[in-house]
Design a protein around this ligand. Structure first.
Ligand code: DAT
Ligand code: MG
Length: 139
C-alpha cells in the first residue's frame, strides 16, 4: 500500500450515537479520499489480533470488549501525509487532552471509548488496511 494512505475505524460508540455521517463529512472535508469502506463488526479474535500490541496493558480486556460490542465503520483513506495528518485530525487518545475541533474532542466520551482509530505509521496503516480489506475492495 502506498505511504499516502492511512486506516481508520469509526468505533462502536461513534456508530451507536449516530455520528457516522458527521465524522465522515469531517474526514472528507479535510481532504481525505475514501479508498475502501465498510460497516462491519470485529469478532473477539479479530480485536485481540488487531490490538495484540496492547496485550499486556491493563485495559486490553476492556478494549477488546468495547471494540466487539457493535458495528464499526472501517476505511482506508488517502491524502498526502495521510498518517500524520489524520492523527492531527482525530486528536489525542484521551479526549480530555484533544485539541479543539478534533474528532475525539467533538465525539469521544473517554480515553477508553474514543470514537475513532487512526494508524500510527505507514507500516501499520498497510497492515491494518489489509486486515480488513481485500485488494479488490480498495479503489
Ligand atoms: P491511539 O488509539 O490514540 O493510537 P493507543 O494506540 O495508545 O491510542 O491505544 C489504543 C486504544 O486503546 C485507544 O484508542 C483506547 C485504548 N486505550 C489506550 N490507553 C488507554 C487507557 N489508559 N485506558 C483505557 N483505554 C486505553
Ligand atoms: Mg494506536
Amino acid at each position: 500500500m502506498a505511504t499516502n494512505r492511512t486506516f481508520t475505524m469509526l468505533k462502536p460508540d461513534a456508530v451507536e450515537k449516530g455520528h457516522i455521517g458527521a465524522i465522515l463529512e469531517k474526514i472528507t472535508a479535510s481532504g481525505f479520499r475514501i479508498v475502501a469502506m465498510k460497516l462491519t463488526q470485529m469478532t473477539t479474535e479479530d480485536a485481540k489480533a488487531f490490538y495484540a500490541v496492547h496485550a499486556e496493558r491493563p485495559f486490553y480486556g476492556e478494549l477488546v470488549e468495547y471494540m466487539t460490542r457493535g458495528p464499526i465503520v472501517a476505511a482506508i483513506l488517502e491524502k498526502d501525509n495521510a498518517v500524520e495528518d489524520f492523527r492531527t485530525l482525530i486528536g489525542a487518545t484521551n479526549p480530555a487532552d484533544a485539541a479543539e475541533g478534533t474528532i475525539r474532542k467533538l465525539y469521544a466520551a473517554s480515553i477508553g471509548e474514543n470514537a475513532v482509530h487512526g494508524s500510527d505509521s505507514d507500516e501499520n496503516a498497510a497492515i491494518e488496511g489489509a486486515f480488513h480489506f481485500a485488494g479488490r475492495e480498495m479503489f
